[in-house]
Design a protein around this ligand. Structure first.
Ligand code: 4AZ
Length: 407
């Protein structure tokens, strides 16, 4: 067949269009075309004695047990017919029964076929049962205790994201006063506390239905019906919103004093955790965050005293300042009490500011798990020399938090 020049060009264009369309379809199926499946499994481990530390998801004992089980699940499925569909597994709870340890695990799979869920479930169950009755390495698993059930996407993601103080995304370095833009999922415990849908304060997620904030946010505005809580990187595009059921202000907070500047917010309906909405870890009452250690403050507060407010969540990387230094005459001249902690720089530069109040000051441990150090409370203007930010010291109020929330 002989083609004219324009015929050849038309043919080439046609081939290019067909190839591009085919690539598009393949990419679509690879990226979007897979349906996630989740299963909830539980089993008893006969050679692991229950330890109360398993109740704390940041405890090394919990992390080690999770790692042993995840590694067993990975090995099991990576050597099975479901290796291409298996995504991940995670221990979501460790319980006890007669002193023995029972673990609850969520498994995630992805498959292009979403019309044969029952067959898929039977396959996963058989693969697991076969493995658990055979060689399970150092874990002695009671296969008769094995249970598997389906679980929907939202509750499954809630369980998979239940760990505290873990973030999914981070961005480099250090407009809080002198701050930098954050990225979605970098500070998943950060919430915006809004009065009649206007951002007023920051708050920190402690569990599905409790947040911690500053008492001074509610001066002259104590009615929970005026307040709501939103999550997400941008104030203009919130990822989740909840109304407030109850506000608990510290009994000994008396405006305009700065002592006991702490309050708890109870949501009217729990939030479901996702990769960008997670809780912070609360430190034990006796934990000490040493002076000069790195901390980060986050919020949608103004960029300078009486300045404009950002839409994107800001972060300010700074240092803890010891109380003796902060109480010096030229700094706060003795105003820092035991329930307060200073952070920032004596030369100024980076600081919390108006609208950051109530928000978190956090610090990560050597494993990269983040703990709540303070609540943005007060300071003399923003980022001035010798006037660092003052925060409510969370460890000082740790038992008060437990008394109100049970956490
Ligand atoms: C405020 O007005 C405020 N520089 C919060 C924090 C600081 C100052 C003021 C700390 O909410």
């Amino acid at each position: 067949m002989k083609l004219t020049r324009s015929g050849k060009i038309a043919l080439i264009i046609l081939v290019v269009i067909i190839v591009a369309a085919a690539i598009g379809v393949i990419v679509y199926f690879v990226v979007y075309g897979k349906t996630p499946f989740y299963y909830h499994i539980s089993f008893k481990i006969n050679n692991v004695d229950y330890d109360s530390k398993f109740g704390k998801p940041y405890a090394q004992e919990y992390i080690d047990l999770n790692e042993r089980i995840v590694s067993l699940m990975n090995k099991t499925f990576q050597a099975s017919k479901l290796r291409r569909q298996y995504v991940k597994s995670h221990v979501v709870k460790v319980r006890q029964n007669n002193g023995k340890t029972i673990v609850d695990v969520v498994l995630k799979f992805k498959s292009c076929y979403n019309n044969n869920a029952a067959m898929f479930r039977d396959r996963a169950k058989n693969i697991l049962l076969q493995k658990l009755t055979g060689d399970t390495g150092s874990l002695c698993i009671d296969s008769s205790s094995f249970k598997l059930s389906d679980i929907d996407t939202d509750p499954a993601e809630n369980l998979l994201n239940m760990c505290c103080g873990r973030r999914t995304k981070m961005s480099p370095g250090n407009k809080i006063a002198g701050g930098l833009d954050s990225v979605e999922g970098e500070w998943p415990w950060q919430a915006s506390l809004q009065q009649n849908n206007i951002h007023r304060c920051g708050a920190t997620l402690l569990s599905n239905n409790w947040l911690l904030t500053a008492a001074h946010c509610f001066v002259n505005a104590k009615d929970p019906r005026e307040w709501s809580v939103t999550f997400g990187l941008r104030l203009s595009d919130s990822k989740m919103k909840r109304s407030v059921k109850n506000i608990i202000i510290h009994e000994k907070y008396h405006y305009p004093d700065h002592d006991n500047d702490i309050a708890i917010v109870n949501l009217s309906k729990p939030v479901l955790y996702t990769s960008s909405i997670r809780k912070i870890c609360l430190p034990e009452a006796n934990y000490n965050f040493p002076p000069d250690s790195d901390v980060v403050v986050t919020g949608w507060g103004s960029r300078k005293t009486d300045g404009t407010s950002p839409n994107v969540l800001q972060k300010g990387i700074m240092k803890i300042i010891d109380t003796d230094t902060c109480n010096k005459k030229e700094v706060y001249d003795g105003a820092i009490t035991n329930g307060m902690i200073c952070a920032g720089f004596l030369e100024g530069r980076i600081d919390a500011c108006q609208g950051d109040s109530g928000g978190p000051l956090v610090s990560s441990d050597s494993r990269g798990i983040w703990f709540l150090v303070g609540i943005v409370s007060w300071g003399h203007e923003c980022a001035l020399p010798n006037k660092p930010g003052v925060y409510t010291r969370v460890t000082y109020y740790r038992n008060w938090i437990t008394s109100k929330t049970g956490l």
